[in-house]
Design a protein around this ligand. Sequence first.
Ligand code: CP
Length: 308
Amino acid sequence: MLRQKDVTGLYELSAEEIDEILCVAAEMKQKLRSGVKNLPDLTGRAVTTLFYENSTRTRCSFELAAKYLGAHVVNISAASSSVQKGETLVDTGKTLDAMRNDFIIIRHPMGGAPKLLGKTVKAHVINGGDGMNEHPTQALLDMLTMRETFGAVKGLKVAILGDIRHSRVAKSNLFGLKKLGAEVSVFAPRTLIPADFDKMGAKVCASREEAVDGADVVMGLRIQLERQHGGLFPSLGEYAKFYGVNEEVIKYAKPNAIVMHPGPVNRGVELTCSLIDGASSRIEDQVLSGVAVRMSVLKLLNDQEARA
Ligand code: CP
């Protein structure tokens, strides 16, 4: 049972709430695999995606998730909306509320924007990624793929390598994985690791081999060129050579370890092409998990309202 009106981050969700989302998502994923795309849970409900940053996976999977549950869906891109005429986030939210929207999925470059929106609208707000803060449904879908592969998240060793500093995916995964009892080790150039990441529960490693040693899951994170202002590492080529995950590095992981990446991937930078396309890659499965997890979150928030 989700307690809050909005889902803005995994920092605020309990282990029980995360577990419930994953259980419902596992059922949804099974239905999707069987070809079921016409569930009635959100019949008559209105869902708006409000994206102030580019997206393929998150926006599209939220739209499909809502449609597979029977909702009406509207998509707003800030680039082609009245935001360009100077409308504030709060005024945009009030406008969507006045149209009787039931759910707003927001992606915004500023951390905290979904929380602000949630305080000012009646609709349920779901965070589709806010700045360098959180991307909760990404971490939930990552945990769904891990849980399906290994049976449980508890006890897993998860190595995360890449641009930790600018990554909302890393933070949401750290919060969620720790709550479910996994160990998280990270590695990146020191310039790409926030100073307090160890205090948040991650093991900050001195080498990629140390991070990957004995790992069940090796997750690459995208180098976020759009959030960097230069000087944090010498070049993409050097990043790939000294910090990327390749066939030599992956040998330190467990023999049945899986390779993950939230996408979009910089091919040959965070991971080699052979790892991205290889047998241990779960990158495509993560995409299907994304639709299932977003169906689950929409359904559980809708159920919460039905109970009230
Ligand atoms: N993983 C992720 O958030 O991808 P998009 O930017 O394509 O939504």
